[in-house]
Design a protein around this ligand. Structure first.
Ligand SMILES: *[C@@H]1O[C@H](CO)[C@@H](O)[C@H](O)[C@H]1NC(C)=O
Ligand SMILES: *[C@@H]1O[C@H](CO)[C@@H](O)[C@H](O)[C@H]1NC(C)=O
Length: 167
């Protein structure tokens, strides 16, 4: 098919408008600078210190436990014995404490055994709410807190951090 100049221009304009219409846009202005040096967490940070007390929970961290932010997976490691899988949690407005029970497992990575790894999921959380939680029940307890994200919506900003390490 041979196209005249005006029909090519019209076709090009159509294609361009499709491209414009299909462009989802950018959701963030952040562009990673390739030569930017990552900020290393200092090795003497509190986060790496072995907590005092018998069987005290170590490496305590949270992972979002559902798609919207109303569940959280609490993970920690104990080294002396398996200990309890229980998490006690509450918010500023709760009159009672809640408890959730999880699981413990061990694994071996070559000749390295990281201890007893616990994962407990807590559910039915309110959005945008500060929760306190306690682990190490029955031995040495440690308390931490987190804030749940706001309910998913059109204009709800969502900021999260990523942490990793090189091997
Ligand atoms: C909830 O648990 C925390 C930590 O164990 C405790 O300090 C607090 O008194 C408890 N609150 C209630 C209402 O039992
Ligand atoms: C540690 O906690 C577990 C679970 O609550 C309990 O069975 C065990 O007796 C505790 N150990 C000590 C030494 O308190």
């Amino acid at each position: 098919m041979k196209m005249g100049y005006s029909s090519s221009v019209a076709l090009l304009a159509l294609l361009m408008s499709i491209v414009v219409l299909c462009n989802g846009g950018k959701t963030s202005t952040y562009v990673r600078n390739l030569i930017e040096k990552p900020v290393d967490m200092p090795l003497d940070s509190d986060a790496f210190a072995i907590p005092p007390g018998y069987n005290a929970p170590q490496q305590v961290h949270i992972t979002q436990g559902d798609l919207v932010g109303q569940a959280m997976i609490i993970s920690w490691v104990t080294v002396d014995e398996p200990g309890s899988n229980e998490v006690i949690y509450w918010s500023d407005s709760s009159l009672l404490n809640f408890t959730a029970e999880g699981q413990v497992f061990t694994c071996t990575f070559y000749n390295y055994t990281p201890g007893f790894i616990h994962h407990t999921t807590i559910t039915n959380l309110e959005f945008n709410t500060k929760y306190y939680y306690e682990v190490g029940i029955g031995n040495t307890t440690r308390q931490f807190w987190f804030i749940t994200p706001p309910e998913v919506g059109l204009d709800v900003p969502y900021t999260f951090g990523i942490i990793g390490y090189y091997l």
